[in-house]
Design a protein around this ligand. Structure first.
Ligand SMILES: [Zn+2]
Length: 309
């Protein structure tokens, strides 16, 4: 990096840049006046554009104008991101492309990370809006997302970046969604060991949720409801036998499983009054479980502890 001892009137020196290639994208502007290099790719952009979007870039540019590292006649900023990430970020900054859910997951992640690192507020907000829709903070939004088959499984691809960018309020839904994936799929996400530990601890702790629901709520209903005694007995027996069937329990994560118990199997034969009281109990239990997700995954004591939104 540039050192303060270098005189500003020293002519910039062209270093040995063998192995560095110019980006083949639109982001090598003839009239650009600063070079950013990521990996082995150079992007020629404008100081005014970078500075107007980010005070961090503005500071870097003023520091680097004292450095004598130079490429194609311009001062160089090296950044530690992949060239693909930098390209996605600059393309949206220059409005050559728009950021939307239709953008690739890699592009959304890159823009989220870089806009946080370089404090580009407009892009930060855009990326956060997209990711927030995929990682809800309320059970109601989570249930609506679950109905949207094209979208519900996208959220897990942002777990690492929301953690790295400290958007902790988006983590509980992300870690919960991981429940639906195989260990191979989870390994493919290359999450940090810290996050994996949080997930597997949470997973272990959640194995008691369904038995707890069965033992408390269900038994309570069976005892207190005077009508439908035979059906309550069947529901409880079925739920208990399910608990011993790994395939059934594993295929349903607790929030789904508890909702399903009220809609399928013997429960469909309950009278109107019993059915609504069962659904209400399941609703309350699910809300309670949702409120405990931050502590289940060891992210914070409550949702309020996680900062925004
Ligand atoms: Zn009844």
């Amino acid at each position: 990096m540039g050192t303060a001892t270098i005189e500003t009137d020293i002519k910039p020196k062209e270093n040995n840049w063998s192995g560095i290639k110019k980006t083949s994208s639109k982001l090598y502007h003839d009239d650009g006046n600063v070079i950013i290099i990521a990996e082995n790719t150079a992007f020629k952009v404008h100081r005014s554009v970078l500075s107007s979007h980010s005070y961090i870039f503005k500071d870097m540019i003023s520091q680097h104008s004292q450095s004598h590292e130079c490429y194609d006649g311009c001062h160089v900023i090296n950044i530690a991101h992949t060239s693909e990430e930098l390209r996605s970020f600059l393309e949206v900054m220059y409005s050559y492309s728009n950021l939307s859910l239709a953008s690739s997951l890699g592009a959304i992640n890159a823009i989220f990370k870089l806009s946080n690192e370089y404090s580009v507020a407009t892009l930060q907000t855009q990326a956060l809006d997209i990711i927030s829709n995929l990682l809800p903070t309320t059970l109601c939004d989570f249930d609506s997302l679950a109905k949207n088959i094209e979208q519900w499984e996208l959220g897990i691809h942002f777990i690492q970046s929301v953690n790295d960018c400290n958007a902790l309020w988006l983590l509980p839904a992300g870690l919960y969604l991981l429940n639906y994936f195989s260990s191979e799929e989870i390994a493919g996400l290359k999450l940090s060991s810290d996050l994996l530990l949080k997930f597997y601890r949470g997973l272990a702790s959640m194995t008691t949720e369904v038995p707890q629901f069965v033992d408390s709520t269900l038994i309570q209903n069976k005892k207190t409801k005077e009508c439908c005694p035979r059906i309550w007995k069947q529901i409880l027996a079925k739920a208990r036998s399910n608990l011993t069937n790994q395939n059934i329990v594993k295929a349903h994560v607790p929030l789904d499983y508890i909702a399903d118990l009220t809609k399928r199997g013997p429960a469909v034969n309950l009278c109107q009054a019993c059915s609504s009281s069962f659904k209400e109990a399941a609703h309350d239990y699910r809300e309670d479980l949702w409120s405990r997700l931050p502590s289940i995954f060891g992210i914070g004591d409550s949702w309020d502890d996680l900062g925004e939104p």
